[in-house]
Write a protein that binds this ligand. Structure first.
Ligand SMILES: *[C@@H]1O[C@H](CO)[C@@H](O)[C@H](O)[C@H]1NC(C)=O
Ligand SMILES: *[C@@H]1O[C@H](CO)[C@@H](O)[C@H](O)[C@H]1NC(C)=O
Ligand SMILES: *[C@@H]1O[C@H](CO)[C@@H](O)[C@H](O)[C@H]1NC(C)=O
Ligand SMILES: *[C@@H]1O[C@H](CO)[C@@H](O)[C@H](O)[C@H]1NC(C)=O
Ligand SMILES: *[C@@H]1O[C@H](CO)[C@@H](O)[C@H](O)[C@H]1NC(C)=O
Ligand SMILES: *[C@@H]1O[C@H](CO)[C@@H](O)[C@H](O)[C@H]1NC(C)=O
Length: 378
């Protein structure tokens, strides 16, 4: 969520890849390699499974979120409302199918220069590593609109790091993944990922130092033209998965039709998902040292450091502050989320023990049955 003007180069990638225009769908659908079990292995060969730690969905989402109602640190023309105002104004809610809904105000006409109401929520829970799987139907987009799904460390920015998982402005079609850290963390451009390193006036943005390159951090733009904006929404959204552990920080994304069955089954197996769209590899950035105590955040802001400064370089009409006035311009400024599930690593060694009273230890029972499957397979 920290951008300056130079970063609009990202949006222009949409043009650069227009040669792929006819290929945006469905040839770019990723098919996960089928997996027969959900064991994963660390680099040292030890095995583990990802087990569900927290679920944020239509039964509990807003109970687990703090509403931020201060000034937007990215200088948006936004008025982040508190929890009671968000419900009163209908900016948050649950849908008929249990979706979590959050939106910017799209009913109020404003005078030019006035700020538009919106929401920014942050999980009470804080994490130090995990697998974060967001299943969403719709992400906000449109002229002057700047949404993000991200994680942010506690304390003084950027000392405990920031991981931007879904982010873009205007009618961009390529999602941008970014990291912002204290000094000393670098993106290795030679690591294995399918996206493109974001570049600006100072060359490729591989220095993740939050205060370098006009606060742009290090960033990767996804190859797919349906990873953000209109095409992402038109085909029903999909899944973004951010994996953060000692082996690095990666982001995978899948269109609705291509979500791997292990994700839908609740037994995610990232090793079967192929090359990630974006990856911060551990040898050039220690993922444990640079990212600490992260909350999960969703927000929708307007204009400001990225969407405002880049507005004149788009095909959007008028100025950004004029765009804010008409509520009809915000018909797509909404999140519709099926669930956010956070998984943690559970090592297998020493947990599977037939002496456990399994009824009292559901996890042990699960692992025991998994171990039996593996034994049979061997
Ligand atoms: C929430 O915001 C509304 C509208 O700005 C204000 O009237 C109300 O006092 C606020 N509530 C709290 C608990 O701050
Ligand atoms: C990436 O690879 C290029 C070409 O082999 C090399 O010049 C560069 O130093 C490498 N960068 C890093 C960070 O390893
Ligand atoms: C910048 O990144 C792009 C794509 O990731 C790469 O092709 C190019 O060689 C890089 N430029 C420099 C100066 O490293
Ligand atoms: C992370 O949170 C823990 C528990 O609240 C706290 O003790 C620790 O100081 C925090 N670390 C940082 C770097 O803020
Ligand atoms: C909202 O999305 C629809 C469907 O893609 C599109 O036709 C419409 O122009 C969008 N509205 C705005 C204000 O961007
Ligand atoms: C306002 O936003 C909601 C959620 O995106 C949408 O369903 C509705 O159609 C919008 N209304 C108008 C008048 O744009």
């Amino acid at each position: 969520m920290h951008y300056e003007f130079a970063l609009y180069a990202t949006a222009l990638l949409g043009l650069a890849s227009s040669a792929n225009a006819l290929r945006w769908w469905p040839s770019s659908v990723k098919r996960a390699v089928p997996t027969t079990h959900n064991f994963e292995a660390n680099n040292d060969g030890s095995t583990f499974v990802w087990v569900l730690q927290d679920t944020f969905d239509g039964t509990n989402f807003f109970d687990q979120m703090a509403f931020y109602s201060g000034k937007d640190p990215t200088n948006g023309m936004v008025n982040y409302v508190n929890v009671s105002a968000a419900w009163d104004k209908g900016l948050v809610g649950y849908g008929d199918n249990g979706e979590v809904l959050m939106k910017g105000d799209n009913t109020t006409w404003l005078a030019e220069g006035a700020y538009r109401d919106s929401v920014r929520v942050s999980s009470y829970a804080q994490y130090n590593t995990g697998l974060f799987i967001l299943d969403l139907n719709h992400a906000p987009w449109g002229c002057g609109i700047w949404p993000a799904f991200w994680t942010l460390g506690s304390g003084t920015w950027p000392d405990t790091g920031e991981i931007d998982i879904i982010e873009g402005v205007h009618d961009n079609e390529h999602n941008q993944v970014a990291w912002h850290t204290k000094q000393g963390c670098y993106l290795n451009p030679n690591a294995s990922f399918s996206g493109t390193v974001v570049s600006g006036d100072a060359g490729n943005h591989t220095d993740c130092d939050g205060n370098a390159n006009d606060n742009s951090g290090c960033a990767i733009t996804q190859w797919s033209r349906a990873s953000y904006g209109p095409y992402f929404d038109l085909q029903g959204g999909g899944v973004f998965a951010m994996k953060w552990d000692e082996n690095g920080v990666s982001v995978h994304s899948f269109y609705r039709a291509a979500i791997p069955s292990d994700i839908n089954d609740g037994s995610p197996t990232p090793s079967g998902w192929g090359v990630p769209e974006a990856f911060l590899s551990p040898e050039s950035c220690d993922p444990i040292k640079y990212f600490v105590n992260h909350s999960v955040i969703f927000d929708i802001t307007f204009c400001g450091d990225w969407a405002g400064n880049s507005y004149a370089n788009t095909n959007c009409p008028g100025t950004c502050s004029q765009r804010i006035m008409d509520p009809a311009n915000f018909e797509n400024a909404s999140w519709s989320i099926n669930s956010l599930k956070v998984y943690r690593k559970q090592a297998l060694n020493g947990v599977v023990d037939a002496a456990y009273p399994v009824a009292a230890y559901p996890l042990a029972a699960t692992l025991l049955s998994l171990a039996m499957v593996l034994t049979v397979a061997l």
